[in-house]
Design a protein. Structure first.
Length: 277
């Protein structure tokens, strides 16, 4: 691996034949810049207790929301054993249908940042202005955040609103000052182009997001196509990094709160729909 993960102008992620194993590479030279492998995979579990029972009986707005998906932690590094960082996918609780948040952690256990999405906004259909090419912009839904949970990058997606739209979709990563830091073109979310001024933090978070896209496709999107299978547990010999047990504590509270809000919101919408019929 000659190319530097934090210096290549473009980056792509490819899935390897072994489940949940990936490679990051420079698409211009096809040289590998990092290997990605799970170092900890939790057990699939049937949640117990009355609260868990009620939570698992959600209203069914999201495909697979009642499926539990365990926490998975990936090591991103080279073949010689050097770790660049960890990408840690939070556990998805039964009753919750959104893609979970990811933490990005350095080799010493320090949180670099997070990839997040606004779960409540996922229920809101796009309603922005539609341009002459039948496209609209979606922003404020997906973010890259620093270790203090402050937004460092907004993901702005250009999506088709009309069936006949022929313009190219894509995702732009826009910094707090409005500068374009990276972008994905077309429907291909496996390749990204970095702006020359993109800092290492953004490059690490975008790389983590690309890995997350493949993992979410394997674990969450496969539920829609009835191709889901539970990941095989991988037991870590110890904590993969210091602070491992607490890295998702705030997000798990957020997830629990969203599940309760979501159930009430869907019940409210159901009552409104019934009253109008």
């Amino acid at each position: 691996m000659v190319a530097n993960l934090f210096e290549v102008p473009q980056l792509e992620v490819i899935s390897l034949s072994r489940d949940l194993h990936y490679q990051l590479r420079d698409p211009q030279t096809e040289s590998a810049v990092a290997m990605v492998a799970p170092v900890a995979v939790g057990e699939l579990r049937e949640e117990k207790g009355f609260k868990r029972f009620l939570r698992s009986k959600g209203p069914g707005r999201f495909p697979g929301e009642n499926v539990h998906i365990p926490r998975i932690t990936f090591r991103v590094g080279d073949r010689e054993g050097r770790t660049f960082f960890f990408v840690d996918r939070a556990e998805k609780l039964a009753g919750h249908g959104c893609m979970p948040h990811y933490a990005v952690v350095d080799a010493g256990g320090g949180v670099i940042g997070y990839t997040t999405n606004d779960h409540r906004q996922s229920l809101v259909p796009p309603d922005g202005p539609v341009d002459a090419e039948g496209m609209t912009l979606l922003s404020g839904r997906g973010h890259l955040r620093d270790r203090d949970h402050e937004v460092v990058c907004d993901m702005v997606a250009r999506v088709a609103m009309n069936p006949g739209a022929t313009a190219e979709p894509g995702v732009r990563f826009v910094g707090r000052d409005g500068a374009l830091l990276a972008q994905m073109r077309g429907h291909d979310s496996t390749r990204v182009e970095f702006a020359p001024q993109a800092p290492q933090l953004i490059r690490a978070l975008v790389a983590a997001l690309m890995i997350a896209g493949r993992v979410d496709e394997r674990l969450q999107v496969s539920i829609i196509t009835s191709g889901y299978s539970a990941p095989e547990p991988v037991q870590a010999t110890g904590e993969p990094y210091p602070g491992y047990q607490d890295v998702h504590s705030s997000y798990m509270r957020y997830q629990e709160e969203f599940i309760e809000w979501y159930k009430k919101e869907m019940n409210k919408r159901g009552r409104i729909a019934a009253a109008g019929s």
